[in-house]
Write a protein that binds this ligand. Structure first.
Ligand code: AMP
Length: 606
C-alpha cells in the first residue's frame, strides 16, 4: 500500500536518525534543509529532520485518530505533504521553517519499513487462505481491497500468532517460559485474567518479567506511557526491533501449545463464497459487507481446472435456462436473465439475445464482441461464458445484477457516499489497466457500460466497439466514422479516427465525471459538434458538486488535449489507488446503504 508521503521527493521511507543526518550532511547543512522519514515508533507517523545552525533537529509527526497529521502541539494537517508545505511558510514553534528540501537521489529508493512488508505478506497470505486465490487474481484482490483487508487483519491477527497463549494465568505463563531453554527475550502474550486486556511476559537473565498491554478507549494498544499501536501484533513487531523501556527486545517466541504450525498467524477465515467452494470455519463478525472476492464472479467459472476441461466457445442449449425477465434491451434485441448449468455448479448469467429478424451485420457485430470478450479474463471485466446458437444467437455473460453504474448512482444518490464512488472507479481503472496491458482498446467506456455486481463491485462491459491492437500497434484507425458516442471521445478519435488506450483514458475521465455527478449527463444539453467546439476552445466540464479536488484534477488530466501528454491507465490507476487508500484509512470501517450521510457531502480535502 503506497505511503501517503511516497510522492514527496524528500521522503526517504524507513531510514534511521543517523542515516537521515548523513543525508543532510551530504546535502550541505544549510539552515532550513530538511527531509521526511517514516517513524519507527508510531505507525503511520513520520519524523521531520531539519538543519539549523549546523545542528540537527528531529520532530515527530504523529498520525491522529481522525487521520490528520501533526507535530506535538501544532496544527493538524490532512497529509504529510500539506504539513510540510505549511511549515515551509511558517516555523510555528520549530527552530526554523522548512526552507530547502533534501532531495532523494534517483538511485536512492524509498526504503520500505518492516511494517510495510509484514503487512503486505499478511494480506497476501490472508487472501490465499481465505479465497484460495493465487497469482494475478490474488494481486488484484490485494490491490483493490487493501483497506478492507487491513481492517480484517488488524483486529484479530494476534489470535493466530504462535506467541499468543490466550487466557492463561501469570503462573502458567512463567511455567511455559521456564520450560525448555530460557534465552533472553523469549516471550509470549496472554489475555489477562481480570479485565480483558493483554499482558506481555518476557524472559531476561532467567527471570520472567510481565508487562500490561493497555487498550485505550480509542482502541489503541500500548505499554504504560509508551507508543500506541493499532494492533497487538504491531506492538509485538515493534518491540522485536526496539527495546523502548522493556528489559530486552523480544527475540524468541515461546510457542503456544495450541499453535500447531510455526508461522501461520491469520485471523479466522471468512465465510466461503457461494457456488460450491469448501466451507471454512464460521468467521467472527469482521466486515459486514461482501468483498468482490466473496462473490461468485470474482474468478472465472473456468478457473477451476475441471470446469476448464469442459470449456467450449459454443454452449449447449440444454444447459441454458432463460428467464422471461429482461435486464435491458437495444437495437440488437434484448438481454435476459438466465442460469447456466455447469457440471459442478449453476451460475447466474445475462444473455444477450439477438432478434431473429436482425440483418447479418448485427450478427457479425455480436460475433466480433464475443471474439474480444473470449480473450479477456479479469475480475473487473464482465466475462463471457460462451455463445449459444439456438432459437437465436445468444451471448452468455456473467451476471452483474445491480446494473449500469449511471442508473444505480442516480437512483441511490442519497445513500451512496463519495468514497464508494471512488472505490468503484478505482476498480474500473484496474479493469482498464488490464485492457491497456493486453493491447485492447474499449472505445465505448462510459458509466452506462460499467455494470455493478453489487454496491461495492464494478465490472466493465459492452465490448461491441472494442478492438484488439496488433502487437506493434498502439492505435486503431477507423476507416469511417460510425454511430459514435462523441461526448466520450477524445479529440484524436473525432479528428483523425485514431483510437488507443490513451483515448480510452479520455473516456475514463468522462465516466468519472458521470460517476461523481451520480449519473449526470455530460455536457448537459450540448450536441456532439458543440462539444467538439467546446473542447477545441480549451474548455472542460466543471467539477461535479461534492467531487473531491483530487478526483477532479485526475479527470482534467484524462482530458489533456494531446494524447502523448495524457496519463496512461497505469498512472491513472496509481492515482485512483493512492486517493482511495488515503480516504479508506480515514473513514469509519463500514457504511451501509440506507444509513449513510448525504451523498453530496464534499469529501474532506487531503
Ligand atoms: P448492452 O447492450 O450490452 O449495453 O446491454 C443492455 C443492458 O442489458 C445493460 O444496460 C444492462 O442493463 C443489461 N446487461 C447487459 N449485460 C449485463 C450483464 N452481464 N449483467 C447484467 N445486466 C446486463
Amino acid at each position: 500500500m503506497a505511503d501517503p508521503a511516497s510522492d514527496l521527493p524528500f521522503f526517504y521511507g524507513s531510514i534511521s536518525r543517523i542515516e537521515a543526518e548523513e543525508h543532510l550532511k551530504l546535502a550541505g547543512m544549510s539552515d532550513g534543509l530538511f527531509l521526511l522519514r517514516q517513524c519507527l515508533r508510531s505507525l503511520g507517523g513520520y519524523v521531520l529532520s531539519l538543519v539549523w545552525n549546523l545542528q540537527f533537529h528531529h520532530y515527530s509527526v504523529e498520525k491522529q485518530l481522525n487521520g490528520t497529521y501533526c507535530i506535538a502541539g501544532g496544527k493538524p494537517h490532512c497529509g504529510p505533504g500539506e504539513l510540510c508545505e505549511f511549515y515551509s511558510k511558517d516555523a510555528d514553534g520549530m527552530v526554523f521553517n522548512l526552507r530547502k528540501p533534501c532531495l532523494r537521489a534517483p538511485e536512492t529508493p524509498i526504503r520500505t519499513g518492516i511494517f510495510d512488508s509484514l503487512r503486505d505478506n499478511m494480506l497476501r497470505q490472508y487472501v490465499r487462505e481465505t479465497w484460495h486465490l493465487e497469482g494475478e487474481a490474488m494481486e488484484q484482490a490485494v490491490i483493490s481491497q487493501a483497506p478492507q483487508l487491513e481492517k480484517l487483519i488488524a483486529t484479530t491477527a494476534h489470535e493466530k500468532m504462535p506467541w499468543y497463549h490466550s487466557k492463561i494465568t501469570r503462573q502458567e505463563a512463567e511455567r511455559r517460559l521456564y520450560s525448555a531453554a530460557q534465552p533472553d527475550g523469549k516471550f509470549l502474550v496472554r489475555d489477562r485474567e481480570d479485565n480483558g486486556t493483554f499482558a506481555l511476559s518476557v524472559m531476561y537473565g532467567k527471570t520472567a518479567y510481565h508487562y500490561q498491554i493497555l487498550h485505550d478507549k480509542s482502541g489503541k494498544y500500548s505499554m504504560p506511557e509508551g507508543t500506541k499501536f493499532d494492533t497487538v501484533w504491531q506492538l509485538v513487531e515493534y518491540f522485536k526491533m526496539k527495546q523502548d523501556g522493556l528489559v530486552t527486545i523480544l527475540r524468541e517466541v515461546c510457542m503456544s501449545p495450541s499453535c500447531t504450525v510455526a508461522t501461520p498467524f491469520l485471523p479466522a477465515a471468512r465465510k466461503p463464497r457461494p457456488n460450491g467452494y469448501t466451507p471454512a470455519p464460521e468467521a467472527p463478525p469482521q466486515t459486514d459487507r461482501a468483498l468482490p472476492m466473496d462473490t461468485s464472479v470474482y474468478e472465472s467459472p473456468y478457473s477451476d481446472p475441471e470446469a476448464l476441461k469442459e470449456k467450449k466457445l459454443f454452449l449447449k442449449r440444454e444447459q441454458l435456462m432463460i428467464d422471461e425477465e429482461e435486464l435491458g434491451s437495444g437495437n440488437f434485441g434484448c438481454v435476459k436473465k438466465g442460469i447456466y448449468k455447469m457440471r459442478k455448479k449453476h451460475i447466474d448469467v445475462a444473455i444477450k439475445v439477438l432478434k431473429s429478424e436482425n440483418e447479418k451485420s448485427v450478427k457479425d457485430e455480436l460475433m466480433k464482441e464475443a471474439e474480444i470478450m473470449h480473450q479477456l479474463d479479469n475480475p473487473y471485466i464482465v466475462r463471457m461464458i460462451g455463445l449459444c446458437q439456438a432459437e437465436s444467437l445468444m451471448l452468455v455473460m456473467e451476471m452483474a445484477a445491480s446494473g449500469p453504474l449511471n442508473k444505480f448512482l442516480s437512483s441511490k444518490r442519497d445513500q451512496i457516499l463519495v468514497d464508494n464512488v471512488v472505490e468503484l472507479m478505482h476498480q474500473v481503472s484496474l479493469g482498464m489497466v488490464y485492457l491497456e496491458e493486453n493491447n485492447f482498446v474499449h472505445r465505448d467506456l462510459a458509466a452506462r457500460n460499467v455494470l455493478l455486481v453489487n454496491q461495492h463491485y464494478a465490472k466493465i462491459s459492452d465490448f461491441g466497439l472494442s478492438k484488439a491492437l496488433g502487437a506493434d500497434d498502439n492505435y486503431y484507425k477507423a476507416r469511417t466514422a460510425g454511430k459514435w458516442p462523441l461526448k466520450w471521445y477524445a479529440p484524436e478519435c473525432i479528428n483523425y479516427h485514431k483510437f488507443s488506450s490513451k483515448s480510452d483514458v479520455w473516456s475514463f475521465g468522462i465516466t468519472m465525471w458521470e460517476a461523481f455527478s451520480f449519473g449526470g449527463k455530460p455536457y448537459k444539453k450540448m450536441k456532439g459538434p458543440e462539444v467538439t467546439g467546446f473542447i477545441e476552445s480549451g474548455k472542460r466540464m466543471d467539477c461535479p458538486a461534492g467531487c473531491p479536488d483530487q478526483m477532479y484534477t485526475l479527470m482534467k488530466d484524462c482530458w489533456i488535449y494531446k494524447h502523448e501528454e495524457r496519463p496512461d491507465f497505469a498512472k491513472v490507476e496509481e492515482q485512483m489507488r493512492t486517493y482511495y487508500y488515503s480516504i479508506s484509512k480515514k473513514t469509519p470501517p463500514e457504511e451501509k446503504a440506507g444509513d449513510t450521510t448525504a451523498a453530496t457531502a464534499k469529501a474532506p480535502p487531503m
